[in-house]
Design a protein around this ligand. Sequence first.
Ligand code: SF4
Length: 278
Amino acid sequence: MHQETHIPRLLHTMDELEAGEAAVELDDKEPQEVLAWAAERFGRELGICSSFQAEGCVLIDMAVRLDPNVRIFTVDTGRQPQETYDLIDRIRERYGVKIEVFAPDAGVVEQMITRHGPNLFYREVNLRLLCCQVRKVLPLRRALMNFSAWVTGLRRDQWATRSNIRKVEIDHDHGGIVKLAPLADWTEDEVWDYIRANQVPYNALYDKGYKSIGCAPCTRPVAEGADPRSGRWWWETGAPKECGMHCAIETGGFEHELAALLGGHGAGAADGAERGPG
Ligand code: SF4
């Protein structure tokens, strides 16, 4: 049985031309200015998406200072480290915010684990991507049905696939809503300078050598000076260090299995790939 998807009526659409102009105008602006512009433009249809990595914590701190009632949401994969759940509690207490949580479809997770076991991701890349689709990509798709614009912590120097991101762009993978990356031109050092200067709560795993934090079984610490994302899916070679949340991944290898798990409903029907009328 799949989760029901309620599709709210969203009002604040933006076309490619306006997004392009905003991207140019905001490219050299501070993250707070980008957030302020987005809050003005999208109101309650703006959502801060956080997986509670350092960048996401910085954005929450900045956004709450601008608007204590800002909407914050997360995808809880069910496999995150205890330290991430502890951090969510600390952020809820520190800022007094509600965090909207979107979880995977329990029935699909049950089928996936029944067919492939709980640690399917270690066996082959396509099974890892299948797990990421079920636990991350589809819940995110459902979450984004509630927003006209979402804020991410993406930075250009994180990974090759992120080197060209703009601070404002149309998200064609999610029905043409707006995707914002206020920290696009920040370095890792700038992120940590902000955290220290503002005593922003952060994930305790960073103090244990982690540089990029995702699900517990798929993340490990990295040596000093190593690529920060090399601790993600470290057993894979030649596969993208991405899960599909920020760029569509098509291999031809996991899609058939995903469709089978979704029982013929298709990813869109189950988790809202199709947006309703604006
Ligand atoms: S990061 Fe690992 S556990 Fe998390 S959704 Fe992807 S494959 Fe599954």
